[in-house]
Write a protein that binds this ligand. Structure first.
Ligand code: FES
Length: 106
């Protein structure tokens, strides 16, 4: 699968990852700016906040209570498209997902 991270500046980066890799891990490994992943993927920091493009929304795993709570703590505004990058793992149906990186993360 590939993930495209689109920055607020208009720049975007496509990375190729293994199945099961989270959006946060993929971003951190590839040095994508604006995704911090401070808690290491425990749904406890909200510094991996991303906006998932609507065309992929129906393929996403559902939001757990922990994720829902942390999404109320994001630096950039929470929208219907908001997810924690560490809680979205790549699988077949999400191949070639596109996410927008918030301009503020911490
Ligand atoms: Fe901390 Fe996702 S990395 S909530």
């Amino acid at each position: 699968p590939t993930i495209t991270f689109a920055q607020a500046t208009g720049e975007s980066t496509e990375v190729t990852v293994e199945e099961g890799t989270s959006l946060m891990r993929a971003a951190v490994t590839n040095g994508i700016e604006g995704i911090v992943g401070e808690c290491g993927g425990q749904a406890m920091c909200a510094t991996c906040h991303v906006y998932v493009r609507p065309e992929f929304a129906s393929e996403l795993p559902s939001v757990s209570d922990d994720e829902d709570e942390m999404l109320d703590c994001t630096t950039a505004e929470r929208t219907d498209a908001s997810r924690l990058g560490c809680q979205v793992k790549m699988s077949g149906s999400l191949a070639s997902i596109v996410v927008d990186v918030p301009s503020d993360q911490v």
